[in-house]
Design a protein around this ligand. Structure first.
Ligand SMILES: NC(=O)c1ccc[n+]([C@@H]2O[C@H](COP(=O)([O-])OP(=O)(O)OC[C@H]3O[C@@H](n4cnc5c(N)ncnc54)[C@H](OP(=O)(O)O)[C@@H]3O)[C@@H](O)[C@H]2O)c1
Length: 234
């Protein structure tokens, strides 16, 4: 499928996986908006991509964004709000567990409020994560949210047809997400991936490649593509 001339928005498109997707789309000739809360301060591959500051949890601002910038052929949401709870479930605050769901609400908002701005054959892609199907100790909230995102994709795919919606499920990917959590990067990546069939962190570009596949493949909807180095395998 030739994407040249199509219009796209990538929420979370100013960092990590989202930025790699913006770069791939721009290289395919797509007119792409990289949207995030602090987009005005971030770098994107101009002039092929533009930036827009919007918070996917702010419904009014998001509706306003769609009204003013649609229609779109492609919508990708990789935004991951910061309030993610990690650690043993028994020690986790319920507020922390609940705020981890902000990622889901941002995704639901971006699909629901964009429905009238998506072209009839638009392609939408969301991001879950390998803990959805292989929960590690301390990841119960993230795992639950990942399952909810994959369930959401399957639930609404029939309702929004002929538009398509799919998800990618990354493994451990080397992005600024981990810097924000103050971890020792190399040590963390070695420990976290050492037992995986492909024992290394993935790159944002490897996830972006799978997102491009889902955008281009007209016969996929309601599906989840794992890009995780085999992290979910026994
Ligand atoms: N990296 C991994 O190993 C990994 C593994 C599994 C799943 N994932 C998933 O992959 C996705 C992308 O992760 P990443 O590693 O690329 O993260 P990242 O580098 O931290 O990028 C997150 C992006 O989301 C934006 N964002 C955060 N809150 C937002 C909001 N409320 N509204 C709009 N934009 C918002 C951020 O920009 P602003 O701060 O400017 O808003 C940033 O552009 C996430 O869904 C994450 O859960 C990542």
């Amino acid at each position: 499928m030739n994407l040249s001339g199509k219009r796209a928005v990538v929420f979370g498109g100013t960092s990590g996986i989202g930025l790699a997707i913006v770069e791939r789309l721009a290289a395919e000739g797509v007119e792409v908006i990289a949207a995030s809360r602090t987009a005005a301060k971030r770098k994107v591959p101009e002039p092929r991509a533009s930036r827009h500051s919007v918070d996917v949890l702010d419904r009014e601002a998001l509706a306003h964004f769609y009204e003013n910038h649609g229609p779109f052929d492609i919508m990708v949401n990789t935004a991951v709000p910061s309030g993610r709870a990690q650690g043993p479930f028994a020690e986790m605050t319920l507020d922390g567990f609940q705020s981890t769901f902000d990622k889901l609400w941002g995704y639901v908002n971006s699909v629901r409020l964009g429905l009238t701005s998506f072209n009839a054959h638009a392609s939408l892609v969301l991001v879950s994560g390998f803990p959805a199907r292989k929960c590690l100790p301390g990841s119960s909230a993230i795992s639950t949210v990942g399952n909810a995102i994959e369930g959401f994709v399957r639930a609404i795919a029939p309702e929004i047809s002929p538009r398509r919606i799919n998800a990618v499920s990354p493994g451990i990917i080397d992005t600024p997400l981990f810097a924000q959590e103050g971890m020792e990067r190399e040590q963390f990546f070695q420990q976290a991936t050492g037992t995986h069939p492909i024992p290394r962190a993935g790159t944002p570009a490897e996830v972006a490649q799978a997102v491009l596949f889902l955008i281009k493949n007209d016969f996929t909807t309601g599906s989840v593509v794992d890009v995780d180095g085999g992290a979910t395998l026994p």
